[in-house]
Ligand binder design. Sequence first.
Ligand SMILES: Nc1ncnc2c1ncn2[C@@H]1O[C@H](COP(=O)(O)OP(=O)(O)OP(=O)(O)O)[C@@H](O)[C@H]1O
Length: 283
Amino acid sequence: MGIIEIKNLSKTLGDFTLKIEKLDIEQGFITGFIGPNGSGKTTTINLIMNMISKDEGCIKVLGKDYVRDDLDIKEKIGYIGDVSGYLQDAKLKDIKKSIYTFYKNWDEDLYKSYINQFELNEEKIYKELSKGQQKKFELAMSLSHHPKLIIMDEPTANLDPLVRNEFLEILQDRIEKDNATIFYSTHITSDLDKVGDYLVFIYKGKIILSGDKDNILQNHVIVKGKKELLNYETKEIFISIHENSFGFEGLCVNRYEAYEIFGEEVVYDKPNLEDILTYYTRG
Ligand SMILES: Nc1ncnc2c1ncn2[C@@H]1O[C@H](COP(=O)(O)OP(=O)(O)OP(=O)(O)O)[C@@H](O)[C@H]1O
């Protein structure tokens, strides 16, 4: 059973349509949700969180119906959205006071340890924190009830590299200690180079690639060679190709298939996630 299961989901917003035929998020792993601006990451997360209604399809979260069992599910989720719903003029300690009672498993010691680790002052007013400090507070709030599922929309966007690493370590820690499942969207693919287990690429409202991160990285290959090697048939194996007057560079899904066709006549490079995303989205 997937911790998040989506089937035939669709949602139209203005001229944008999200269509996800199937998505299963595995328990106990970090799944990175990546895609360029406007590809549908926030829309998908808002649907999973029952914050907007779907047009069609089925969403199950923690094995339950995401609408009928909404409250029960939310109690077990740690969520950070693209905008926080906290009262902007409230002190951190008051925000915490108004929220923690909703969670049976609230762990005050864990909360305090995050507050100390992030050097946050609970006497401060939320809107007076820097964007990175606000994110840290959201993180402390969303993880201190030992959630089984952690869903986050661009959580690392305003964090400096040092804090980002700290954040990634915290996620890893929650997986080890609580067997939590993490699903988070990001633009920063280097974060996922470090910690992601599974990847879901979304582009123009559709999932174009998903699976085990290491398999995706190992199977794909960048091929560089002379233009004469390209013809109708050899072009078929590429996701996309970039040509210039000297030669070509293209991404193939299957490194063995590429080798069978081009042998020693080309150069093979290992792509990183950024490369893979770029090739898939440039058409
Ligand atoms: N309420 C709305 N009305 C009309 N269009 C909308 C609405 N909300 C989102 N959209 C459109 O849906 C598309 C997907 O937006 P979404 O926020 O899901 O993308 P995203 O992948 O999260 O982007 P980003 O990385 O920039 O945050 C965009 O084209 C956006 O303009």
